[in-house]
Design a protein around this ligand. Structure first.
Ligand SMILES: C[S@@+](CC[C@H](N)C(=O)[O-])C[C@H]1O[C@@H](n2cnc3c(N)ncnc32)[C@H](O)[C@@H]1O
Length: 273
């Protein structure tokens, strides 16, 4: 995507805005995050909370954050003490889990913006958190992970939300392969948007409408995959155990109205075994 040439990621601001707004408006509570609002501060994106696209997008963003946090907690219960947040934006995992070693990966300018936001909010980077710049389209993520000590001796749970559709298939595969290379218990949760030909008309219209908005801010959707194609991509990268859940099912699981789903978004949990 190369948002480094344009400054920090605008879509990271938008999704942080959804999480912050969710803390204060009347949706079914899905994801509690006391840091969402303070961290975003004045950088909140002015959105109409009741706009039909905004309502659906907000529900998905908080449901995927909740699902990722549930999976992280399950990994911690199995003994994992480390989390890698890929394309972290204003993700607050490190603030919410100060007991874990958290490695945040993102483009350098977005990380610089996050450091500023943390400072303005009076929130230090947690002592066990490190921010390391990586461009998934250019850099060797596997080498960075190895350098940071992520491997079989110190397995990590990976969270990769809101990024796959901004990358092409090669970059998605390379990122998943870097996760897989960390060891036999490698696992990642990420979200994906489905290929247009797999979508119902209303979901396809929504994807195209939202796609036009993100293209206008310089972060176009590039990687849209059929479910079978995505599972094959993950398997070829070394993560053959793949569970895919629609956003409607996610919302239902968290007590929200599945009728508010985007209809094109999936949550993917991919594991080496
Ligand atoms: C929509 S935001 C999601 C942020 C965060 N994961 C969340 O859910 O709040 C997309 C994030 O991916 C990062 N990103 C996009 N392309 C990238 C790339 N090629 N390499 C590294 N990070 C990238 C952006 O900087 C941004 O922080």
């Amino acid at each position: 995507m190369g948002s480094d040439e344009r400054g920090p990621s605008f879509t990271a601001r938008v999704v942080a805005t959804y999480r912050a707004r969710h803390q204060v408006i009347g949706d079914v509570p899905i994801f509690r995050d006391p840091f969402a609002g303070p961290l975003l501060g004045d950088d909140v994106v002015p959105l109409d909370d009741d706009n039909r696209y905004v309502v659906r997008a907000r529900h998905f963003i908080v449901a995927r954050a909740r699902a990722a946090d549930d999976l992280l907690r399950a990994a911690v219960a199995r003994g994992v003490r480390r989390c890698v947040v890929l394309g972290a934006g204003l993700d607050t995992t490190a603030l919410r889990h100060p007991e874990l070693d958290v490695l945040e990966i993102d483009l350098a300018e977005t990380q610089a913006w996050k450091r500023e936001r943390l400072a303005v909010a009076g929130l230090a980077v947690p002592p066990r958190c490190r921010l390391v710049p990586v461009d998934f389209t250019r850099d060797d993520l596997a080498a960075v992970l190895a350098r940071e000590g992520v491997g079989p001796a110190a397995p990590a749970f990976f969270i990769w939300l809101g990024v796959s559709y901004y990358l092409d298939a090669a970059a998605v595969r390379a990122t998943l392969a870097a996760v897989a290379a960390t060891g036999p218990d490698a696992a990642v949760v990420f979200d994906a948007y489905r290929a247009l030909e797999e979508l119902a008309d209303d979901a396809r219209d929504r994807l195209l409408a939202i796609g036009a908005r993100v293209r206008d801010v310089g972060e176009p959707f590039i990687g849209l995959f059929g479910r079978a194609e995505l599972a094959a991509l993950a398997a070829s990268a070394g993560l053959p155990a793949v569970d895919i859940e629609s956003d409607a099912d996610l919302l239902a699981r968290y007590g929200a109205d599945p009728g508010l789903a985007l209809g094109f978004a999936d949550l993917v949990h991919a594991r080496a075994r």
